[in-house]
Design a protein around this ligand. Sequence first.
Ligand code: TXE
Length: 496
Amino acid sequence: MNGEPDLYIGGSWRHAGDGATRDIINPADGSLAARVDEATPHDARDAVTAARRVFDDGSWAATPVAERAALLDRVADLLVRDREELSLLETRDTGKTLAESRIDMDDITSVFRYYARLIAVQADRLVDVGDPSIISRVVREPVGVCVLIAPWNYPLLQMSWKVAPALAAGCTMVVKPSEVTPLSTIAFTRLLEEAGVPAGVVNLVQGSGATLGNALTDTAEVDFISFTGGVATGRTIAQVAAKHVTKVALELGGKNPHLVFADIGTAAGWDSAVDHVLTGVFLHSGQVCSAGTRLIIEESIADDFVADLAARAAKIRVGDGMDPASETGPLVSEQHRGKVESYVALGISEGATLVCGGARPSDPVLAKGSYYLPTIFDRCDRSMRIVTEETFGPILTVERFTDESEAIRLGNDTQYGLAAGVRTSDAGRGERVVRALRHGTVWLNDFGYYTAAAEWGGFGKSGNGRELGPTGLAEYQETKHIWHNVAPQKAGWFKG
Ligand code: TXE
């Protein structure tokens, strides 16, 4: 970063093989946030080979779990120490508010602590085969060399969901952050080195996915690819991986419904529902894979609810994430703002009713950044691409229903299935609806929360595999059944 080497391969820091660099832009004002090394495919292949070599020598996988757990705890301690520095980098790189970056860092710390605890207590499973001379047990072993590819919306958070269980399991890995937002991952890799991660266990390359993708994925040296990003890239990675029958886990975003029933009841219930719908979609300017971008609301309350939402949305303070007064920051890049603007134009042309937003902020102070106003489209339906496609921006669409079954049908009528929210004061209805929704996470009378101990991932085109929780560790492990006969006899099948 800024002259220091940024690629970490086989335990050494180095510049890109061809000396290339990339300018990282601060989306809050278009300024240069940092200049970083841009890896070549050759660098990426070196990183994979380094990870392979270290995995194959067996020493890391053979490290006692107590030592690996202690290492994860040391990483967590250093994350606490460097919380502010990492948060500032994350905000400068992504544009998200500093308050959000600090929450990210706390969450990352808890992910490392969680996997330190989980790996320390994970036990082999004994299987009773009904024969006292047979010891049958199922053990867990590291899956091998992992390629971990993260996106730009939660750069270090998404990466930590992969790195922590991979380290806990005893894997080696190549880490590739998004080329748009590599800064926190570079700093984090230095932190891993300081914590004592052995050379070659974690290798870092950054650069364009299109350029490095094949070197990282089209190879038999890799055992597992964990990817978070867009559907198109996920599909490409899965296709390339299939050539080598490489295991793949994909988290590919969502188009997440938030179902609001008329029985939300009291004034407090109403205010809480408005507040959660608002936060669920406009936090981080909608650049959240689980953002509640589709409000699906009971017809009888829709007009009043949308009016309240629009009034609140218009008051959201959009601004530089470094300014404590800002409630949400810019979009991650000019290019991404262009995509969001094209979706707004599409929504208008498709006949949706623009209720608020639909423009850049007029404040001249924000003119140099990639800002966009919270935007609501009412009177939407499933024929509109604005309702079916992930815009990944601050855009809420509103659809209306008249009964519970229609609400469920609309909530499930998506190619994705990452997350959904339900608001009702009727507990029975709440339980019925959450069970009927085909999404990886469903919040009932809440929205957006997660914990390191519970699985995260999607149904449908939101991907496959799970992160976090025990399953998030199992992804990085192979199971092996060991059948040990302590009193061998003849097999006795062939008589000759
Ligand atoms: O993501 P990409 P993009 C969605 C969101 C967004 C869209 C596209 O809708 O508008 O995806 O975003 C690396 N082989 N999400 O284009 O390309 C790339 O370098 C290997 C949802 O920015 O999927 C980066 O590190 N890697 C999402 C990572 O893939 C490749 C979060 C993600 O980039 C590659 C972000 C290749 N061929 C966007 N091509 C979520 N699930 O939360 C690219 N990459």
